[in-house]
Ligand binder design. Structure first.
Ligand code: SF4
Ligand code: SF4
Length: 159
């Protein structure tokens, strides 16, 4: 025995209504969930991690683990701890570093120029970890783009 045509139509309307209602409830739950996040950060502004860059350029500090590019650590008198041993150069997997040495007045080997090609650096940190004297580290500068590739080669030692 087949169902009357009117019953079939009623069932179809009921299913459509239930589906429509379910979608409205899902949408409301999603909306409230999103508003919950917004309200959470509104009442806890110290927990906001989004930065208003570049407006905050002067005060912006990167996280400790951020790796800008390699720098040589200098003290207040512009002295560094690099001996020119070349261990970091050997540790670098892609030839980013060239340690050019010279001799001091006593004839001992010392650092001449420490060349660092930022355009080749993968920021892997192997050079920093390999240095036995703690002479280099990853800097915190983050505005490092240049128009000319040649400008991405740095001499890291100031003396
Ligand atoms: S930075 Fe460290 S590992 Fe590299 S040449 Fe200088 S002292 Fe040696
Ligand atoms: S961070 Fe890695 S790729 Fe860059 S200079 Fe150091 S060892 Fe080489």
């Amino acid at each position: 025995m087949t169902k009357p045509r009117q019953d079939v139509n009623n069932n179809s309307v009921l299913h459509s209504s239930a589906y429509y209602l379910q979608k409205i409830i899902t949408g409301l739950v999603s909306l409230l969930s999103g508003m919950g996040v917004t309200i959470h950060y509104f009442v806890n502004p110290s927990r906001i991690i989004t930065q208003q860059y570049p407006e905050n350029r002067e005060s912006l500090r990167m996280m400790d683990r951020f790796r800008g590019h390699l720098i040589m650590i200098h003290d207040a008198n512009n002295q560094h701890h690099c001996t020119g041993c070349g261990i970091c150069e050997k540790a670098c997997p892609n030839g980013t570093i060239s340690v050019l040495t010279t001799q001091n007045l006593a004839g001992n080997k010392m650092l001449g120029r420490y060349l660092y090609r930022f355009s080749q650096c993968t920021l892997c940190n192997l050079c920093v970890e390999s240095c036995p004297f703690g002479a280099i580290t990853m800097g915190q500068d983050f505005e490092l783009a240049k128009y000319d590739r040649q400008l991405l080669t740095y001499i890291l030692n100031k003396t």
